[in-house]
Design a protein around this ligand. Structure first.
Ligand SMILES: [Zn+2]
Length: 338
């Protein structure tokens, strides 16, 4: 099969690799209909995360089940499925509490920019769609695999809902889908923080009511000015840097909630400042599996269209070009067709 390998920062290659194969009776193999490049893949591409040795990459996927292990009961060969980047048994105590991304049997997916993918814990990870989707639904279902699931978790963790003002730090795909999620959860006012006109447009389309272009302390001042000096009830942090995390904390009112889902890079929280804010912090890798049935249903009934975050579609052969486009911010998110 053909699969993507990162050799070093900036060096992405599509290579001929051994076909993905089951290694445990709880595995499945999925033939991918679509995959994509994540903002978090860029950390390695940019050299912020070291690439110790060449390794396969990619963790967002939808496709058709091609093989299942002897112990797999919940999915069948031929079904179209959506899965998450963190596999889960969906039966342990942590999973049953809704934190499947911390499952005691978790294995991360890391070879999904390919034609075939081995999915561990298939029963507790893959969710089948009601039937074979129309082609135009596939990008939306693919978004549910990570960016929508993560944005939704952030909105949920930030307790976005009726009567709430939600501020969203980060205008990448996750931040934009955090806007969509907050809207779906009934938030009254949604403030998107973005300096890019195309991303502002999408944020407004997804339900943002206000746009703030300032960043850092100026951005915080703007949020305060829009919320009677108090700060937002709910803040979604979807970047993962020191600046974005502090912006989120300082833009939240006392007693408010922050859902942080940007993968943290060198973030250090000042204890004393945090102590005096009185805010709730909750986040981390999203338990996408918790939300998948509901998200698939919303997409299947065409009530949400999260796949609009894909503004560039390329054949898998041109994966390196896709990374360049996202790195240079010419694309919000790149869909790859195996
Ligand atoms: Zn579990």
């Amino acid at each position: 099969m053909r699969g993507t390998v990162i050799h070093a920062p900036g060096d992405i290659r599509l290579e001929e690799r051994p076909d993905a194969a089951m290694t445990a009776p709880t595995d499945a193999v999925v033939r991918l209909s679509a995959t994509c490049i994540c903002g978090s893949d860029l950390w390695a591409y940019r050299g912020v995360e070291p690439v110790e040795e060449p390794h396969p990459i990619g963790h967002e996927y939808v496709g058709v089940v091609e093989q299942v292990g002897a112990d797999v009961r919940n999915v069948e060969v031929g079904q179209f499925v959506v899965g998450s980047f963190a596999t889960s048994d969906n039966t342990c105590e942590i999973c049953r509490a809704g934190y499947q991304s911390h499952c005691v049997h978790r294995e991360f997916v890391g070879a999904a920019q390919a034609e075939l993918l081995r999915v561990p814990n298939a029963d507790g990870t893959l969710v089948a769609t009601p039937g074979m989707p129309d082609a135009d639904l596939i990008p939306h279902l693919l978004a549910a695999s990570d960016v929508l699931g993560t944005g939704w978790y952030a909105a949920d963790a930030a307790q976005a809902g009726p009567g709430k003002t939600v501020a969203v730090v980060g205008d990448g795909a996750v931040g934009l889908l955090g806007v969509l999620s907050a809207k779906q959860l009934g938030a009254e006012r949604i403030i998107a923080m973005s300096r890019h006109e195309d991303r502002q447009r999408l944020a407004l389309e997804f339900g943002a009511t206000d746009i703030v272009t300032e960043r850092g302390d100026e951005g915080v001042a703007k949020i305060k000015a829009l919320t009677g000096g108090l700060g937002a009830h709910s803040v979604i942090e979807a970047v993962g840097t020191q600046e974005s995390m502090m912006q989120a904390i300082r833009a939240t009112r006392a007693g408010g909630h922050i859902g942080y889902v940007g993968v943290s890079h060198d973030v250090e929280l000042p204890g004393e400042e945090l102590f005096f804010t009185g805010v709730h912090l909750h986040g981390g890798p999203a338990p996408v599996r918790r939300f998948l049935p509901e998200l698939i249903d919303l997409i299947w009934r065409r009530e949400i269209a999260p796949g609009k975050v894909f503004d560039l579609t390329l054949p898998l052969d041109r994966v390196a070009e896709g990374y360049r486009a996202m790195d240079e911010r010419r694309a919000v998110k790149v869909l790859l067709q195996p």
